[in-house]
Write a protein that binds this ligand. Structure first.
Ligand code: MRU
Length: 359
């Protein structure tokens, strides 16, 4: 399907890669004006790239974390095992401090830590090789997961649907395809005559800068709207469904996603429009019973007070900049995962998803 997508759609960029040179990624802060790739040769720079949003989006953050941890281990010259262990735990700590909401980051840390612990009896060279293999496996699994989310979710999309999406849950937020945008891509590939409204997504403009760029490259009709226009379109009957990604889903289905998602869900509920969340199992945090326990990242005031380096809010005025909000599960029609589409009661359907996963 990857080849098919490259042949039939116009993708000609990559989000993140890891090879002998190091970890490279497209700088998402510069899109769509400039397509610049950075090569990072040490883990500190990979961690900074996550924190500074060179790369963003929950699954992509998880992949970057796994790549960064592997890079740290690969390039570490310590031969004393105790010191190596200390260094490894320091690296995990550095990554854990980059961004707090997307659980994929902590999921990737746990996976890398698990492989480290299971293989500590090996020589350092073999241990390093195991870590690299695991990081690349996480990447490859994400590719398969995203494709499956697309296929599973496209059954929800009607022939002439006008779809509203928020933020960027696309190829740029994952290894490729995306989650919400994978469903949109799949529906488009199946020949459905769909079109997309992309919320601009203030203040970081992931919708205006990234989602419209990706969809436009793939030839999928996309119209950018300001965040405050969604209600107007819904009232006019112009939206058939809302599809978004997720940064963390608690055990009862409450979903943290980009700030503004909750308002859209309330609007969709009022207008009786289906509201779909698309996410891999790695975004579901069974340790968190409900959304009130999800840590919400507060970002720099400058994202709001300034636009492209130019001050737009006068000095001395206070600013509040939460990067995510939580949509209560009762506003969610269905959650699309790589294992299938689940419906309310989400506490039960999520539990079932994981018990099937384990059996
Ligand atoms: O702050 P960001 O750009 O990392 O936030 C991204 C989102 O909120 C996405 O919708 C979410 O991570 C899902 S990406 C498949």
């Amino acid at each position: 399907m990857l080849k098919e997508r490259r042949d039939r759609l116009g993708k000609n960029f990559y989000t993140i890669a890891y090879n002998d040179q190091g970890v490279s990624m497209i700088d998402q802060r510069l899109l769509p004006e400039q397509e610049v790739y950075h090569l990072f040769t040490n883990y500190e720079d990979v961690a900074m790239a996550i924190k500074n949003m060179v790369i963003r989006g929950a699954p992509a953050i998880g992949i970057a974390t796994a790549f960064g941890i592997s890079l740290a281990v690969e390039r570490c010259n310590l031969s004393d095992r105790e010191k190596f262990d200390e260094f490894f735990h320091h690296v995990l700590n550095v990554f854990s401090k980059t961004r707090p909401t997307a659980v994929n980051l902590f999921w990737a840390i746990d996976r890398m830590k698990g492989v480290y612990e299971q293989n500590r009896h090996l020589t350092l060279d073999d241990l390093k090789a195991m870590m690299k293999r695991e990081a690349l496996t996480i990447y490859k699994e994400d590719l398969e997961t995203c494709k499956k989310i697309g296929v599973n979710g496209s059954v929800l999309i009607g022939k002439n649907f006008k779809i509203l999406t928020h933020c960027n849950a696309g190829a740029l937020a994952t290894s490729d395809y995306g989650t919400a945008l994978s469903v949109i891509r799949q529906a488009h590939l199946e020949g459905k005559n769909i079109s997309v409204f992309a919320d601009e997504t203030r203040p970081y403009l992931q919708g205006a800068r990234l989602t419209s760029w990706e969809l436009n490259k793939d030839g999928i009709p996309v119209t950018v709207i300001c965040d405050n226009m969604a209600g107007f379109l819904m009232a006019k009957g112009e939206i058939d469904c809302v599809i978004v990604g997720a940064d963390r889903i608690s055990a009862n289905g409450d979903t943290a996603n980009k700030i503004g998602t909750y308002s859209l869900a309330v609007l969709a509920n009022y207008h009786k429009i289906p509201f779909y969340v698309c996410a891999p199992l790695s975004t579901i945090d069974l340790n968190i019973p409900d959304g009130s326990k999800i840590p919400i990242e507060l970002r720099d005031a400058e994202e709001i007070t300034h636009f492209k380096g130019h001050r737009i809010v006068c000095e001395g005025v206070s600013v509040f900049n939460p990067s995510f909000d939580v949509t209560p599960s009762k506003l969610i029609t269905a959650i699309v995962t790589e294992k299938g589409v689940i419906y309310p009661d989400f506490t039960q359907s999520i539990q079932k998803l994981f018990s099937n996963e384990l059996s």
